[in-house]
Design a binder for this molecule. Sequence first.
Ligand SMILES: [Fe+2]
Length: 206
Amino acid sequence: MHQPPTAHRIDPATGAMSHATGRYEKRLRDLAGLYADAPAFDRAAQEAGGRIVYAVNEVRPATTRGDLIFGTTFMEPGQIGGEYYMTRGHIHARGNRPETYYGESGQGVMLLETPEGATEIVEIGPKTLVYVPPLWIHRSVNTGPEPLVMSFCYPGDSGQDYEIIARAGGMAKRIVADGDGWAAIDNPTYRPRAAEEIARVYATTD
Ligand SMILES: [Fe+2]
């Protein structure tokens, strides 16, 4: 039995994708705890907590190892206490599954961190494909004045572990506004992972 091949038109401005099979949205109030400036977040959430700040359209043909999940992500521009809007971020539940992101419109960065705490920051924008290798925690950040739209693709059995960031007090770096651009600053609440936590990530790989 062969699955039928499919084609999907992507609107670079909105991330709309034809024949998507799933969609989820994150509202501002869903992102409590992400930003360093909690009072600024509370004020923003009181004013517009129901506002959709990012949305994902996806196709999941199957969640088996040999298949791919792909889709688009749309993120509004904005800041909370000088920190740019970002996704919650995750490592794949099977930690050695990779991912690609392709810039459709807007400007942003992919903030990447190893379980051991090394950071890499890669800019993304139109016509740029970013490769997230196995075993990197990843979060996207909209550093521009327009929505950041990307398409993505990852193995069907990857899964997501969203708690790995919260357990460490956030990621090691935060992406903040700096003049017309962005800067990465140390996150004072970051706690490097203990050896057992790092070993737990590696135990998910095959
Ligand atoms: Fe991912």
